[in-house]
Write a protein that binds this ligand. Structure first.
Ligand code: C2E
Ligand code: MG
Ligand code: MG
Ligand code: MG
Length: 292
């Protein structure tokens, strides 16, 4: 085969370049300038409390408006930002921006709202992580009880003892800790007894299964039960259909987050939505399949 292609001077490059690899290289190169050029933006998605039927908090979700690539999903660039350690300054920017935004909302009269921020393992492993969080809250004039940090199980696998000390410290300061994407990792159940978890977020994949009526739906009931027994707040993520909402309500799930209520939106659009809901009530969403 090599002989056949002998005349082709590009033959040594003739291997299938992994598209993902190329994409990551491109993204990696541009992330640093993106920070300098303020190309990052936070979107916010409401979390609805089912017993009160009102917005209890927002999750901050990172967006990158790249002039070259358009709007890039965090699923595409968070990993790259972690590999290059850019996630440290970027993650700090996320916390600061989200807290400042929340403070603004509190001042506008939405004083009960909480803010959930996604935290990477690499951030949590920084020696000054807790200090960064406390300083940010202090600078923003925000009480710690309004901040929730979302971590995933991958955080725990890596450096368990170290992380547990930090999380306990944060929890003692009244900062909330949520376990994100719950049910998708390994040995999740033992973590629950050792960690200062205040909130369980049931992963979307389980919520999807509710409407298909598979056995997985039974797991949702168990997760809700376990969470409640352990005095945690249970939140379902990725709720798109009212049949899922009804089911979760029946099972005693505390909170809902998903397209059914609202997609993540810009700071301005979020403010408008909050004001609108304040005036008209959230209401029961219209039956709709938003998965298309
Ligand atoms: P996550 O923290 O589990 O966030 C939930 C994801 O589900 C978000 O995707 C959200 O837009 C999406 N979502 C919410 N409701 C629905 C729904 O009803 N249907 C569907 N199909 N999707 C829904 P997004 O914004 O693309 O973020 C993806 C992931 O990127 C997040 O998953 C989180 O792990 C990570 N991420 C986002 N922002 C940050 C950040 O500031 N820092 C870090 N370290 N990671 C972040
Ligand atoms: Mg999250
Ligand atoms: Mg999640
Ligand atoms: Mg996720």
């Amino acid at each position: 085969k090599a002989k056949e292609a002998g005349k082709d001077k590009f033959v040594i490059f003739d291997f299938p370049l992994n598209d993902i690899f190329v994409e990551r290289m491109n993204i990696g190169k541009q992330l640093y300038t993106a920070m300098e050029q303020n190309e990052f933006e936070l979107f916010y998605q409401p979390q609805v409390d089912l017993t009160q039927n009102k917005v209890i908090g927002l999750e901050a979700l990172l967006r990158w408006n790249s002039p070259e690539l358009g709007v890039v999903s965090p699923l595409k660039f968070i990993k790259v930002a972690e590999d290059s350690h850019l996630i440290i300054p970027l993650g700090a920017w996320v916390v600061r921006t989200a807290c400042a935004y929340l403070k603004g909302l509190h001042d506008q009269g939405f004083e009960h709202l909480m803010m959930s921020v996604n935290i990477s393992m690499l951030q949590l492993l920084q020696t000054d992580f807790n200090e960064m969080i406390m300083n940010t809250l202090n600078d923003c004039g925000l009480e710690p009880q309004y901040l929730e940090l979302e971590i995933t199980e991958s955080v725990l696998v890596e450096s368990y003892d170290h992380v547990i000390v930090k999380l306990n410290e944060l929890r003692e300061q009244d900062i909330k800790i949520a376990l994100d994407d719950f049910g998708t990792g390994y040995s999740s159940l033992s973590y629950l007894t050792h960690l200062p978890i205040s909130t369980l977020k049931i992963d979307k994949s389980f919520i999807d299964s509710i409407s298909t009526g598979t056995n997985q739906a039974a797991l949702v009931e168990q997760i809700i039960m376990i969470g409640k027994r352990m005095n945690m707040c249970v939140i379902a993520e990725g709720v798109e259909q009212s049949v899922q909402l009804t089911y979760l309500q029946e099972q005693g799930c505390d909170r809902i987050q998903g397209y059914l209520y609202s997609r993540p939106q810009s700071a301005l659009a979020t403010e408008q939505l909050l004001t609108q809901w304040e005036n008209t009530g959230i209401g029961i969403p219209i039956e709709e399949d938003l998965r298309t």
